[in-house]
Design a protein around this ligand. Structure first.
Ligand code: FES
Length: 925
């Protein structure tokens, strides 16, 4: 608590109104705005003045409020996102962001809009270059910036057209239904919640990558005024402390030893974040250091110590996860193996004209969603309520119940808006720790990670992929043998599932009669690895599509023609019994080649490359349920459990319900996601929302529609009439009755008409993955690059990406998803990589870890959606969104070879690596 004499008295203009306040000198402006002024639209993310999410305007200039002392606003004006709209009327910039789809998860949106506001105040007609310059201090991890640039151009136009115009809410079939809340800064995320008596949690993490915990002394921390409780391993003895979606190998806090730098060792709940952080420094932990295993090879060595002596398995409780097989137990530090064979690999390789044997490496990558992991837990009388930023609310509910020995019904998970995920919020993460803290403190506890600690929570796994491919003299693939090693980090998390998917998909979209695939999850003393957009697919695509070009080059074949010769045809089996291929791969490859200018002359140092990939989409073991209720006032409410992480599911699913019921999407209310009333859904992953949950929603809507029509026939006495639904009415000829009248007629004034829908995967234990893929998610990518031979830098002149959407429910959102994924792929191709030295991560957070900014966009970008109605979802929908990322690194790698004759097998393709490869001859002299 600050001494009163140090308090600073402020007078400032906030969104047009003068205010006064006192503030402690160390309080930052973002915290002052959020916590003291209660304006939650200002978001905190990187906290190092790089991402721009916390941007506000001070005297009209954009300022990073996360690094600005609050007292600096004295006698100044401050504008936050809440100051833009006037009542129901949006500011033209907000309107433009909504119209152009310049937002997804919404976590960057306040900062983006205010930055644009400052720009347009100074320059009413900015060029694209000026817009990019203005956005260079703002990160968006979702949209790929293109719709944001378009939004600013539109805003400039709107503002120039009528400088005083405050336009009313626009209506468009494409606009996101969550747009208004996000562009106004009114969307509620977990960080915005406050409960009476709420405490703040902080985690003490291991400074060592591998060590035995000899002793923990929390006495001094417990005595610090304001500390309510300190949680250590001793507090976990009466519960099952282990969690994990397949292998239960991660404890809430390290019990006997720490297995990576950042492993949680203790946690504090205190009345403020500052006190909780101070208390961490008073906890003394005595360690006995062990040798860390930091690479796949170190961990697999015969004499390597075991990182886990014992692991605990889930068995059947989490359907969809394969069991741990005998092959797993053959190796040191392997937690999971997946293998499959087709034909006779030995014979196939023996009969091949040439055999190509290559090894590729994909580095460990951080997700960096702008919203870090956060959860608010409230334990009361053997029940717990968790507000969590999670993609898997129902699985978290089940796991918490099992760990704490309480009934599942006594665990309630509520999911506010989620500020981006891309896989990092899959499965259980912070929820058990927050629950344990709240249980001990007997008060609600809010636990939020810094960006640095989010980097230390989960990663995209590094992967080593060795592929041996046998080819006939005329370029027909005969055999492919692959071995995938997934660096799973210290705990399994979703690593086994990633491994399974990588091992399943590693032979690519090709007809190969002889296949052998083995994939292993390997424990190392690094951050646990989990799911990331594509679930292991970008890593194996990097390998097999690089090798396809290498083979073509060796055989003197055109890379496109070589692929066309070998691609699967529509209706072919990818593996025996799985869903036959549901698209035309050759059509896509020809199109992407045409769009990139395949065969056209190239400038010096320029090159082009293509790539083609597919993954089983939609989740193999998906169960999704939905319910639609129409009450006596005619209000329609949709209950469904897909988490809106920015992908636009709230909009797409409401549009599906609306289409079936003849309503505008905004007439469908979406109930908050709360396990106490939301029907079950397995989780938000695998591009499944619009297709799989879409089917459940469509079926629920059709069920309630049938009841409405039956009711209308009964009400009107027109028992054979074919009623049509439009705009809240059921019509036949001149007769029209409202939803309200029909519901009241059938259910009474306080009754509710309910329609339910369900999707469940077709399971078959004889199939390799235990169930059929709902659909095939396909990606075609092509890059045109120019290589700077002096610096080794690669510039993308043009990138083309094609996705097979089946039917785009919201085309604008589909394009944005594809562009966002593509830009993530650029980051992973060029610079994203977490680096370690002696087991210590060198670059957690945005100071030393670079994510793509607006200047990393290709000069020209083309996204194409195929809409052939070939998907199993409503109206022919298939899932997309992961697809945009799959082919990016390999297309760029192939273009690099085309431009400069440089073939790199290890990502990222840094200028240094390219330069060294280009100048290898110089070094060899
Ligand atoms: Fe920009 Fe999610 S919309 S980070």
């Amino acid at each position: 608590m600050a001494d009163r004499s140090s308090l600073r008295r402020l007078r400032f203009e906030l969104n047009g109104q003068w205010r006064e306040a006192t503030v402690e000198p160390q309080v930052l402006l973002a915290d002052f705005i959020r916590n003291h002024l209660g304006l939650k639209g200002t978001r905190k993310s990187c906290e190092v003045q790089i991402c721009g999410a916390c941007t506000v305007l001070v005297n009209g200039r954009p300022v990073s409020s996360c690094m600005t002392p609050a007292f600096e606003i004295d006698n100044k004006s401050v504008m936050t996102i809440e100051g833009l709209a006037q009542g129901d009327n949006l500011h033209p910039i907000q309107q433009a962001f909504w119209q152009e789809g310049g937002l997804e998860c919404g976590y960057c949106t306040s900062g983006m809009i205010l930055t644009a506001y400052a720009l347009l105040g100074e320059n009413p007609d900015p060029s694209e270059e000026e817009i990019k310059h203005c956005l260079s201090g703002n990160i968006c991890r979702c949209t790929g910036y293109v719709p944001i640039i378009a939004a600013i151009k539109r805003a400039a136009y709107l503002m120039r057209s009528d400088a005083t115009a405050i336009l009313s809410l626009p209506k468009s079939d494409e606009q996101r239904v969550d747009g208004p809340a996000k562009i106004r800064g009114e969307a509620i995320y977990t960080a915005d919640l406050v409960r009476p008596g709420m405490l703040y949690g902080k985690i003490l993490r291991s400074p060592l990558p591998h060590a035995i915990i000899k002793n923990i002394d929390a006495t001094a921390a417990e005595k610090l005024p304001g500390v309510v409780t300190v949680l250590t391993r001793d507090d976990l003895r009466d519960i099952n402390p282990y969690f994990g979606p397949l292998v239960k190998d991660q404890a809430i806090l390290a019990l006997d030893r720490v297995r990576y730098e950042g492993d949680p060792v203790a946690a504090v709940a205190a009345v403020s974040e500052e006190i909780a952080a101070e208390a961490l420094g008073l906890i003394h932990v005595a360690y006995e250091e062990l040798k860390p295993l930091l690479s796949i090879d170190e961990a697999l060595a015969d004499d390597a110590p075991k990182i886990h002596e014992v692991t605990r398995e889930h068995g059947e409780k989490f359907p969809g996860y394969p069991s741990v097989d005998e092959e797993t137990k053959k190796y040191r530090n392997v937690s999971f193996h997946f293998g499959w064979n087709k034909g006779d690999i030995a014979q196939g390789l023996a009969e091949s004209h040439r055999v190509f044997d290559n090894c590729f490496y994909f580095s460990k990558v951080a997700h960096y969603s702008l919203e870090p992991h956060m959860v608010l837990a409230e334990w009361r009388d053997e029940t717990v309520t968790l507000w969590s930023s999670t993609q898997h609310p129902f699985l978290v509910q089940q796991e918490i119940a099992e760990m704490f020995g309480i009934a599942k019904e006594n665990v309630r998970i509520i999911v506010p808006y989620v500020g981006g995920a891309y896989g990092n919020k899959n499965h259980t993460k912070l929820e058990p720790l927050a629950t344990a803290l709240s249980r001990k403190a007997r008060r609600p506890v809010y636990l939020s990670l810094s960006t640095e600690d989010t980097f230390r929570t989960v990663s995209k796994p590094a992967m080593r992929v060795r592929i041996k491919t046998g080819v006939s003299q005329d370029g027909v693939l005969i055999a492919r043998e692959s071995v995938v090693h997934v660096d799973g980090g210290a705990y399994s998390d979703a690593g086994p599932r990633v491994t399974q998917k990588a091992g399943y998909r590693v032979h690519g979209p090709y007809r190969i009669p002889n296949i052998k695939s083995d994939a292993y999850t390997v424990y190392t003393n690094t951050v646990p690895a989990g799911a990331f957009r594509g679930m292991g697919t970008p890593q194996v695509v990097w390998a097999y599509e690089s090798q396809m070009d290498m083979i073509a080059d060796e055989l003197g074949l055109d890379p496109v023609e070589f692929r066309l010769k070998n691609l699967l045809e529509r209706g072919d089996d990818f593996s025996p019994g799985d869903t036959p291929l549901d698209c035309d791969l050759k059509e896509g490859l020809r199109r992407v080649a045409r769009e990139i200018g395949w065969g056209e002359p190239l400038e010096p140092d320029c090159g082009i490359g293509v790539s083609c990939a597919l993954k089983d989409g939609g989740g193999n073991y998906k169960i999704s349920e939905a319910r639609i209720e129409i009450d006596g006032q005619g209000k329609v409410t949709l209950f469904e459990g897909t988490v809106e992480i920015g992908q636009g599911s709230n909009t797409a699913l409401r549009k599906i319900a609306a289409q079936e019921l003849g309503l505008a999407a905004e007439k469908i209310e979406l109930a908050p996601l709360d396990t106490s009333h939301t029907p079950f859904d397995f989780g938000t992953y695998a591009s499944s929302g619009t297709t799989v949950m879409g089917l459940a929603v469509q079926r629920a809507a059709q069920a309630v529609k049938t009841q409405l029509i039956d009711g209308a026939r009964s009400l009107t006495g027109r028992h054979d009439a074919s009623f049509e639904l439009h705009n809240g009415l059921l019509r036949v000829g001149e007769i029209a009755v409202s939803f309200q009248e029909v519901v009241r007629h059938v259910k009474g004034a306080i009754g509710t008409m309910i329609g339910e829908g369900r999707y469940e995967s077709i399971r078959d234990k004889n199939l390799l993955l235990g169930a059929k893929a709902p659909f095939w998610e396909v990606s075609w990518g092509a890059a045109k690059v120019k290589v700077d031979r002096v610096t080794g830098e690669i510039k993308i002149l043009k990138f083309v990406t094609i996705a097979d959407a089946g039917k785009a429910i919201n085309p604008q959102q589909c394009h944005s998803q594809e562009i966002g994924a593509m830009v993530q792929g650029i980051g992973q191709a060029f610079f994203e990589q977490t680096l370690y030295e002696n087991g210590i991560m060198l670059n957690p957070g945005l100071i030393n870890y670079r994510v793509p900014g607006v200047y990393d966009l290709p000069d020209e970008l083309v996204t194409i959606l195929f809409e052939n109605g070939n998907g199993p979802g409503p109206y022919g929908v298939k899932g997309i969104g992961e697809s945009g990322l799959l082919t990016v690194p390999s297309a760029i790698g192939n273009a690099l070879f085309s431009a400069a004759g440089v073939r790199l097998s290890e990502l990222p393709l840094t200028p240094e690596k390219v330069w060294r490869s280009l100048h290898q001859g110089y070094f060899n002299q």
